[in-house]
Write a protein that binds this ligand. Structure first.
Ligand SMILES: Cc1ncc(COP(=O)(O)O)c(C=O)c1O
Length: 452
């Protein structure tokens, strides 16, 4: 029989998967250590177990105790799994920047989650660091993991992630590429790998707005460098104790936009449905491509799964609102606005019914459809004229006051063409999607989507 005694025994031994399409122009193979295969869907399961094992050994956490941590979600997930198996209580503090899904997932596995403001200094009593610290001092038999400065974090990667990569590549890797947050993953894995072969190059991927890159290059913690960023899971506004910068050879910064766009490419082109930081990791490596040679063998670590980001980087509207996706076609305008049910009237309905719909949905024009598709339209402007001529018009049938139909275009019609079709006489354009559903785009929709 091959049975795991509990969920914690499934942590680690994640696969190393060759990238095929995104890396087509690279001179050497690029492999991804895909750590969303861990049971908590991220690399952080590894260090969560280790932090608790060390705390137990050192007598800092006793049976029935409470685990406290500031976590953006993944560490919390790992800790919650440990808590389930070992019978601890969990309280996590997180920031309001994190996706709601991440918070809900933590609650699902039994944790209590306290959401704190993002844009305050770490020393501010409202910050998620300070709140965790205060709770740890107030709650008896509690243990504040402090993943930033607790060296059990990097030890987990020294003991598992590094050795796995070494064995899976038969010791042939030449480069390790990894996003850096607490520094635990990159430092722990790099310490092990450099002990085996000091020539291995270790490249840390950071985000614009984090101070880590400047610190690495100059030794200065320059708060001028720090500004809010959208990327999740990596980058820092201080330097955690888990870093040993001497095992890192280069820091590369990536924009929020390029990381998000690349995560979507990993999903579409490689079938790797990963989180934001995996996209940033891949983008950082792409920026460094010219440094690689034919005989190199690159390993990137992809930290977590895409399911936690479905309402963010995998949502077109979210991407367009942040200027991360260009609005090029009718389809994009619909995505940017959000898909809505198309309000229509039939030719045999009354004008009063049509006016009621316009009022209810706050719209100025309605396509008139019969069973086969659009046959015309009615508009506020057109009705306004006709009501003056005949006040009884409201009891008439729509077909008696019908105006010409809005133009029907292909779903991928470029936006420039739409702006030619939408004019004074004609306030909207219609199109049918692949499922046969009609959508409408108005002048307002086009202006809104281009303004984003
Ligand atoms: C999604 C994601 N990417 C990257 C990182 C950075 O890893 P580390 O904190 O080990 O530097 C984290 C850490 O929480 C993470 O959750």
């Amino acid at each position: 029989m091959n049975i795991k005694n509990n969920i914690l025994e499934t942590i680690g031994n994640t696969p190393l998967i060759r990238l095929n399409k995104i890396t087509k122009t690279f001179p050497c193979p690029v492999l991804a250590k895909v750590d969303y295969f861990n049971p908590g869907n991220s690399v952080k399961d590894r260090m969560a177990v280790k932090m608790i094992e060390v705390a137990e050994k050192e007598g800092k956490l006793k049976p029935g105790g409470t685990i406290i941590e500031c976590t953006s979600g993944n560490t919390g997930m790992g800790l919650a799994l440990v808590a389930c198996v070992k019978g601890y209580k969990c309280i996590f503090t997180t920031t309001d920047k994190q996706s709601k899904e991440k918070v809900d997932i933590l609650k699902a596995v039994g944790a209590e989650v306290i959401v704190c403001p993002t844009n305050v200094e770490p020393e501010d009593p409202r910050s998620y660091y300070s709140v965790a610290k205060r709770l740890a001092s107030e709650i008896p038999n509690s243990f504040h993991c402090n993943q930033y400065d607790n060296l059990a974090n990097r030890l987990a990667h020294y003991e598992t992630t590094g050795p796995e990569i070494w064995e899976q590549t038969d010791g042939k890797l030449t480069h390790l590429v990894c996003t850096a947050g607490t520094g635990g993953t990159i430092t722990g894995a790099a310490m092990f790998l450099k002990e085996k072969n000091p020539r291995i190059q270790v490249w840390a991927i950071d985000v614009y707005g984090s101070l880590l890159t400047k610190y690495f290059r100059t030794g200065e913690t320059d708060m001028q460098e720090v500004h809010p960023y959208i990327s999740e899971g990596f980058g820092e506004d201080f330097v955690p104790e888990n870093y040993d910068m001497s095992v890192i050879d280069h820091f590369e910064q990536v924009t929020d936009k390029e990381g998000a766009v690349m995560a979507r490419r990993l999903a579409k082109e490689e079938g790797l449905f990963c989180g934001y930081s995996a996209g940033s990791c891949m983008q950082g490596l792409l920026q460094l491509k010219t440094r690689l040679k034919k005989d190199d063998l690159v390993v990137c670590i992809f930290h977590d799964h895409g399911s936690r980001y479905v309402a963010k980087i995998y949502n077109d509207q979210w991407m367009i609102e942040r200027g991360f996706l260009d609005v090029k076609t009718f389809r994009d305008v619909v995505s940017a606005r959000g898909t809505k049910r198309l309000i229509t009237v039939e030719p045999t309905q009354t004008v009063a019914e049509a006016v009621e719909l316009m009022k209810k949905y706050d719209i100025e024009q309605i396509p008139v459809m019969n069973g086969n598709g659009p046959v015309g339209a009615i508009s506020e402007g057109g009705l306004f004229q006709k009501i003056f001529e005949n006040p009884e018009i409201k009891n008439a049938k729509v077909e008696e006051v019908i105006e010409p139909s809005f133009p029907v275009v292909a779903f991928d019609t470029p936006v420039e063409k739409l702006s030619h079709l939408i004019n004074k006489e004609n306030g909207a354009v219609l199109s049918k999607d692949e499922a046969g559903n009609y959508h409408i785009v108005t002048k307002y929709d086009v202006i809104q989507s281009l303004g984003k």
